[in-house]
Design a binder for this molecule. Structure first.
Ligand code: NAP
Length: 545
């Protein structure tokens, strides 16, 4: 395909640090960015990706903390676009760990020769829309620049890691890190006094793993979580063969479910069956691996109300059974939010860690962390903890955080960050009025990640082809379509279980961040149908110039 921008002479070309002019620029070479690179290159576009890390993989590049692994079944997570890839790759475990996941994404990058299209170690500082050239100019923190007619932010949903602004961190003489920036060379924790701040899905994986080697572990918990057994195991040869023979059915199943997982809700209400039958189902699913416990359960387990509370109590009792000290057990039992209102952390021996003599659970809800000291940390009640290492498992400034860390300016020099100050203002998460040809794919994808990302990238790629083939210069949503979408997210999203807790889903984990649902309130099948309808109606709701 001839690229109009490549043909155009450009004043930037030839200057130092000028990378080039492309049809499409992609920020990020994680799961979404890699597939977008592949797809758009196959369509004949010139594409270039800029990746902050020194390698590909995004989430699976950065999150190399001990214990990091999938919570979706490995064989539902891989790309589906290449039958050859599906048949070549052997997932070793039901829920594969970070090293294997990173290896997989490297394998994909090599197999499809994507590396030449990626500039590694390239953190993007700014992205500016040029209203004369009708293109985007991006600049890395070290001053390299590139131009592209289209810009895709494949910067991740959970990639802007959040370290609370604790006083005194500069004075700390031990070693500290955030789980999302775990050093490549690893951390020597053997025999050390280690503190972990946070008890979310990340901390639950990490704590279980490091409790085996540390000298002493102190866990600072603000909110207890509902956690469920992962029940991971190796995939044997028979299962491997079965998986490889049934990928079409596996992916079809994922396509049909709300979050693109292969688990379907029971269409019965828990209230339709006897209490014995209800408990039998709870117990049976509890023995199953992964997310089945909540995503294959009675449909009303995942709706606010009495059934949700009934199941929450079932899970609380499971926690109580596993922790020897009843005081510690009660600290670990969540009581302030509904089951399923936060993403369910899956664990492999998490609660038993608190039965170890060298592990201490500290409640930082009643006495918050006041400051980091040179030798550890201090709570507001004056209690001090001496620590050789502090690990922040304190989460992410989700969805908008990774966009806001880039100075993104659209028409009239308007900052995307300002526009998103009260929550994302987009149409279907994909585009924002006043920011033509910018595709914020990281704000449009949720659920079983690759299953959601692939159809989204397909839609965006087809949209770019449509704009190009029909000789339009730009595409951006109309303000009316955007307003209606924002209304839908805020009003219809307010009824969802995941809007009810103070979590990253609604930006409530970041002090000062406006509370707003950061993802679509629609299920994956509804979202795909909406996008398909918009496209088949000539990109209804978008303005093509
Ligand atoms: P998170 O769920 O936001 O948890 C952050 C933790 O840090 C919470 O316990 C939070 O307490 C605590 N925290 C934050 N600021 C604090 C402060 N100032 N003082 C004390 N505690 C503080 O983050 P995450 O665990 O990294 O997980 C984020 C998401 O990543 C998950 O929901 C999931 O979607 C994804 N994830 C997936 C997997 C997987 O298996 N594939 C693994 C890990 C993560 P509060 O709850 O009180 O705010």
């Amino acid at each position: 395909m001839t690229s109009p921008l490549q043909q155009a002479s450009n004043g930037d070309a030839g200057q130092d640090k000028y990378v080039g002019t492309f049809d499409v620029l992609i920020i990020g070479a994680g799961v979404t960015g890699l597939y977008a690179l592949y797809r758009l290159r196959e369509m004949g576009f010139s594409v270039q990706s800029f990746e902050d890390g020194s390698g590909v993989g995004g989430t699976w590049y950065w999150n190399r903390y001990p214990g990091a692994r999938f919570d979706s079944e490995s064989y539902t997570y891989g790309y589906s676009f290449s039958e050859e890839l599906l048949q070549e790759w052997d997932w070793k475990e039901l829920y594969s760990g970070q090293p294997e996941n990173e290896r997989y994404l490297n394998y994909v990058a090599d197999k499809f020769n994507l590396r030449p299209l990626i500039q590694m170690n390239s953190r993007i500082a700014s992205a500016t829309y040029d209203e004369h050239e009708l293109s985007w100019q991006i600049e890395t923190v070290d001053g390299r620049r590139a131009r592209g007619r289209f810009l895709i932010t494949a910067v991740g949903l959970l990639s802007a890691h959040y370290v609370p602004d604790f006083e005194g961190l500069d004075s700390y003489q031990g070693r500290w890190c955030h789980t999302g920036r775990w050093p490549k060379e690893g951390m020597d924790l053997a025999g050390k006094r280690v503190g972990v701040i946070g008890t979310g899905a990340t901390a639950v994986q990490l704590i279980t793993e490091i409790a085996r080697e540390v000298g002493h572990l102190t866990v600072f918990q603000r909110t207890a979580n509902y956690c469920a057994p992962l029940r991971n195991r190796e995939i044997d040869d028979d299962m491997q063969a079965e998986i490889k023979a049934s990928y079409p059915e596996i992916f079809q199943k994922c396509l049909e479910t709300p979050g693109s997982f292969m688990h379907k809700f029971d269409t019965r209400s828990a209230l339709e069956v006897s209490s014995e039958e209800r408990l039998e189902q709870y117990e049976r699913l509890w023995q199953e691996p992964g997310f089945k416990k909540w995503l294959s359960n009675f449909y009303d387990v995942m709706m606010p109300g009495d059934v949700n509370e009934d199941y929450a109590e079932f899970v609380r009792n499971k926690i109580r059974e596993r922790v020897h000290d009843p005081v510690v057990a009660e600290m670990l039992v969540p009581k302030d939010h509904m089951f399923g209102s936060k993403r369910l952390p899956c664990e492999s021996g998490y609660y038993e860690v608190y039965n170890q003599d060298n592990v201490l659970l500290v409640d930082v809800r009643s006495a918050p962390i006041k400051r980091i000291t040179p030798t550890g940390l201090m709570l507001e009640n004056g209690n001090e903890y001496e620590l050789d290492v502090i690990i922040f498992a304190t989460g992410y400034d989700a969805v908008t955080g990774s966009l806001n860390r880039i100075d993104i300016r659209g028409e009239g020099g308007k900052l995307l960050k300002d526009k998103f100050a009260n929550g994302p203002r987009t149409y279907m998460g994909i585009q924002s009025a006043g920011f033509p040809n910018l595709f914020t794919v990281n704000a449009a994808s949720v659920g079983n990640f690759v299953r959601a990302a692939e159809p989204l990238v397909d839609w965006v790629s087809e949209c770019i082809r449509y704009v190009h083939d029909n000789e339009y210069a730009t595409i951006a949503p109309t303000l009316e379509a955007e307003d209606e979408w924002v209304r839908h997210v805020n009003e219809d999203g307010a009824n969802l279980l995941r809007s009810k807790a103070n979590s990253w889903f609604v930006g409530a984990n970041i002090p000062g961040k406006a509370r707003a649902l950061l993802t679509s309130p629609d299920t994956a099948p509804v979202m795909r149908a909406k996008r398909a309808e918009v496209a088949s109606n000539g990109y209804q709701g978008f303005e093509l110039r």
